[in-house]
Ligand binder design. Structure first.
Ligand code: SAM
Length: 337
């Protein structure tokens, strides 16, 4: 994983893989749900492409506040709901749309969140060690200052695939005895001291640990598993599900979910336990994930690791997927239990 290029604060969010997404879900009509509203670029594009109505969900109150200035221009065609896409089926039903024609999820943080030092997501900008998308609940500093060493190491290893996880956790616990971690650069500084200096083209030494803490603080993988199941429950027959991910941990979950629920996964394997009698809930629209082309990566380097998967809901009852078959790290599974 490469370092996210730094952008000046206030730089608008550039939507990722939007054109291929619109092509893959065309024609757009009826009621769509955008579970990761962000700057609203997907929602606006879906409305422009023919959606009669879009329900936009974001767990970050700032995202919805920012949209207030323009959202009213769409009148009743755009409904904004603060909340989590893990609850999307209930949110859609409460908004009067129990059967959706499409669900889009563009997982992860927005440029606005990443570029605002005060949100604490970036190891390149000094700010409070926060990382909460919803601006409520325990912060990254709470985890770093309070968790036992072994739990910290597990988070860094499982959510950041950080091989030096134990060494980093030991150093954090040692340092926090002298003074608690309060800022992003304080933690980034420890990681820079501890890990080898990156060669040109290699990621910043804080990349994996910051990703791990962000995933833990926001329970991102648990949300993804709940959101996929919610989409299957809420989509009408023929409805489309489009998911954009940004790293392999996320893409693996989407890939396994769609393989299992489209009948593409070999049955009876370690990842797809035998569940006789279940009819597939989806048909794959994209057999392989769609990646940004060279022009998109040149225009928006942050898009380079994005992957899009699209599936079409079939006319069958929704069926539960065993979360153990989704390739989730053990920590995320414990949260789902
Ligand atoms: C990558 S941005 C989406 C950008 C959007 N597609 C656009 O083009 O403007 C992700 C957004 O999803 C939100 N988000 C992430 N996880 C969420 C969740 N589980 N529930 C609701 N919102 C979430 C974040 O707060 C962020 O605003």
């Amino acid at each position: 994983m490469m370092m996210a290029p730094i952008a000046p604060p206030g730089t608008p969010h550039v939507p990722v893989l939007l054109a291929p997404l619109l092509r893959a879900v065309a024609p757009v009509s009826g009621t769509w749900l955008d579970g990761t509203f962000g700057a609203g670029s997907y929602a606006r594009a879906l409305l422009d492409a023919g959606a009669a109505r879009v329900i936009g969900i974001d767990r970050d109150p700032e995202a919805l506040e920012r949209a207030a200035a323009w959202a009213s221009a769409f009148g009743e065609r755009l409904t904004l709901v603060p909340g989590r896409f893990g609850d999307l089926a209930a949110i859609a039903a409460a908004a009067g749309a129990p059967a959706l024609d499409g669900v889009v999820l563009d997982i992860g943080v927005s440029s606005m969140q990443l570029d605002q030092a005060g949100r604490g997501f970036s190891f390149l900008r000094d700010g409070p060690l926060d990382m909460r998308m919803s601006q409520s609940g325990p912060t990254a500093a709470d985890l770093v200052n309070r968790l036992p060493e072994a739990e910290l190491a597990t988070i860094l290893y499982e959510y950041g695939e950080e091989r030096a996880s134990r060494r980093i956790a030991r150093a954090i616990v040692q340092d926090r005895k002298a003074a608690p971690f309060t800022t992003t650069l304080q933690l980034a500084g420890l990681l820079e001291r501890l890990l080898p200096r990156p060669k040109p083209g290699q990621p910043h030494p804080a990349t994996r640990s910051f990703q791990a803490l962000r995933i833990a603080v926001n329970d991102e993988l648990g949300e993804l598993a709940r959101g996929l199941a919610g989409a299957e429950a809420a989509l009408a027959p023929g409805g489309r599900l489009a998911v954009v991910t940004f790293h392999s941990l996320e893409d693996r979950v989407v890939k396994r979910f769609l393989a299992l629920r489209s009948g593409a996964a070999p049955r009876g394997s370690r990842h797809a336990p035998e569940t006789p009698g279940e009819a597939p809930g989806f048909e794959l629209v994209t057999r392989k994930p769609i990646a940004p082309d060279a022009a998109e990566v040149a225009a928006n380097p942050r898009a380079r690791s994005a992957r899009l998967r699209v599936a079409r809901r079939l006319d069958t009852p929704a069926a539960p997927v065993d979360p153990r078959a989704l390739g989730l790290p053990r920590l995320a599974l414990e949260g789902l239990a």
